[in-house]
Design a protein around this ligand. Structure first.
Ligand code: DAT
Length: 172
């Protein structure tokens, strides 16, 4: 069965891991989380002192997800997407949330001040969406979701509906 490659993305802390796992387990698509993948293969390229954390080695991430013999994943959550090959994704779902909500979540996670400020800025001005998805892959479908407790089930259902339709349209 053909499967779509789906990207779920947002500013860290907005909620892609929480939202992402559910449609994957309900649809049977193989799901990969950026942090888990990087951790598993130690796909890092040094450490960022300002952020107090490792730097993702984007080339090795791409190599990993494109391994020729096994389809490493078809549904993944990643903070960025511009390092993936041009035609990799069939769709992208972008999550947004209120800045105040995000700030509190990141504070709870124990993020340092720079990370708090930068991620809040990122959510406010949405460079990830505007520079990433919208301009980088204009031709793929993309949808913007609000991520809050009320919308969670609705978001899951919309993703499931998209998967179901894609598979139906691509099976002969
Ligand atoms: P991300 O993977 O984007 O870094 P996450 O899924 O780990 O984010 O979620 C960050 C925190 O926010 C976590 O404590 C769970 C909470 N959260 C996620 N989605 C939510 C939602 N729809 N409603 C309320 N809280 C949510």
């Amino acid at each position: 069965m053909l499967q779509p490659n789906i990207l779920l993305t947002c500013t860290p802390g907005v909620g892609k891991t929480t939202l992402g796992k559910e449609p994957a387990s309900r649809s049977g698509l193989k799901y990969v989380n950026e942090s888990d993948l990087a951790e598993e293969g130690q796909l890092y390229d040094g450490c960022d002192e300002d952020y107090d954390g490792p730097v993702l080695d984007e080339d090795r991430v791409v190599d990993e997800v494109r391994k020729p013999d096994e389809r490493r994943w078809s549904y993944g959550d990643f903070h960025g997407c511009d390092f993936f090959p041009e035609h990799w994704f069939h769709t992208a779902f972008v999550l947004r949330t209120d800045n105040g909500v995000l700030y509190k979540r990141l504070e709870t996670r124990g993020c340092n001040e720079k990370k708090l400020q930068d991620n809040s800025h990122c959510e406010n001005f949405q460079p990830l969406y505007e520079e990433g998805i919208a301009s980088y892959r204009e031709e793929i479908e993309h949808q913007l979701f609000r991520n809050n407790p009320e919308e969670l089930e609705n978001n899951i259902n919309q993703i499931l509906k998209w998967i179901e339709k894609w598979i139906k349209d691509h099976s002969s």
